[in-house]
Design a protein around this ligand. Structure first.
Ligand code: TXA
Ligand code: MG
Length: 355
């Protein structure tokens, strides 16, 4: 058992399936294991073992100064990873864990810099996917990793900057032999990455670092203070110059966000240039017969269902041999804010030039 383990969990209290036992052994021996979370699939390693963490960066092709999120089986393990934990963190953990919320806290002295990207802060979350929780609980039950620390570092299990995987098959496509084991928990329910909130800004309001399923309004209600939301994440603000955005979640195919009313003209323009055009819709618009689309995907017109299907749809459109993917612009408004963030960054990462 790990230090600081919950008192009501006695060692070997839960039988561990052969798959999970194998996953735990691999993690403990410094190997990579991909696993489902409710948001996207993660590429996991013992967060206390810098050599294991280095394998994550190598497999993803990710620069080493990018910090990773440490996944825990419960808030009981917070003290292993963080210090000076504010009461707001306890309240948010109580309200939203297990679930798609990552807290940025001051790092405990034993947390390797490999996992924090050299920073004095650490990101932690307790995922709610049953297989992720079972893995993390089994890991803790078997003594955890190096120094009996019970945290699994896991970024999204995609190549750096590319579309996050929401299915075990996506992970194999992205990472192939680089990952020792992929635990298959089916399609992810939320479909976009966790909300990230920075709680380390002494005397200043917490700051939203990444929008997600859990909204700033929900966070504000729990902690009694509305978090600071950077302009680029505000729902109605679509930056004209996307240079302020990191390229992320991006298909290899060029991609463009187009207002519903401009879509048909945009299709004509791209086809007039002899380009194969894919289309991602959320409204009931139906392109005229004259528009011979190479491929079309339609996602539901509500934010949660759109988020659930978004990455799989982008991945399919990316693989369909299109020269360009036109994405119907996402509605403005707070309900769509977290979803809208992803295509915006994907456009930037796809490297498209204006037509
Ligand atoms: O939903 C998720 O959060 C998924 C699943 C697997 O849990 N994970 C995920 O990890 O999206 P990743 O590495 O793809 O994105 C983590 C983000 C990065 O943008 C990173 O910069 C930020 O979290 N992050 C992690 N630790 C941080 C820290 N100490 N300070 C600021 N940002 C941090
Ligand atoms: Mg990622």
């Amino acid at each position: 058992m790990c230090p600081n383990a919950p008192h009501n969990l006695s060692p070997n209290s839960t039988p561990i399936s052969p798959d999970l036992a194998a996953a735990v052994r691999l993690l403990q021996s410094g190997e990579l294991v991909a696993f489902p979370t409710e948001t996207v699939y993660g590429l996991g390693a013992d967060a206390a073992n810098p050599t294991a963490v280095a394998k994550i960066f190598a497999a993803k092709g990710r620069p080493a100064e990018h910090p990773l999120i440490v996944h825990l089986s419960g808030a009981d393990y917070l003290e292993q990873w963080a210090r000076d934990i504010p009461s707001s963190a306890r309240k948010l953990a109580e309200a939203f864990w297990p679930g798609p919320l990552t807290l940025i806290l001051a790092r405990a002295p034993t947390v390797p810099y490999a996992v924090t990207g050299g920073q004095e802060t650490v990101g932690v979350r307790v995922p709610s996917h049953p297989l992720a929780l079972a893995l993390l609980r089994a890991y803790a039950q078997e003594g955890g990793g190096r120094g009996a620390m019970c945290g699994v570092a896991a970024p999204s299990a995609n190549r750096f900057g590319r579309i996050s995987p929401t299915d075990a098959a996506h992970v194999r496509e992205e990472l192939g032999a680089a990952v020792a084991l992929v635990l298959d928990g089916g399609a992810c329910d939320v479909g976009i990455e966790s909300t990230i909130i920075d709680l380390t800004r002494h005397g200043l309001p917490p700051r939203l670092l990444r929008p997600g399923h859990i909204t700033p309004e929900q966070i504000g209600e729990v902690i009694g203070e509305f978090p600071e939301v950077p302009d680029s994440m505000k729902p109605a603000k679509v930056p004209r110059v996307s240079g302020s955005l990191d390229g992320h979640y991006a298909p290899r195919t060029a991609m463009r966000l187009t207002a519903s009313g401009d879509l048909f003209r945009a299709i004509e323009e791209t086809q007039a240039q002899g380009k194969r055009c894919g289309l991602l819709l959320h409204s009931l618009l139906t392109p005229p017969q004259t528009h011979l689309l190479h491929s079309l995907r339609r996602l539901p017109d509500n934010p949660a269902a759109y988020a659930r299907g978004l990455y799989a749809a982008l991945r399919e459109l990316d693989q369909a041999g299109n020269d360009i993917i036109l994405v119907e612009a996402i509605p403005s408004g707070p309900d769509w804010a977290a979803v809208a963030d992803r295509p915006r960054r994907a456009v930037h990462g796809s490297g498209i030039k204006p037509l």
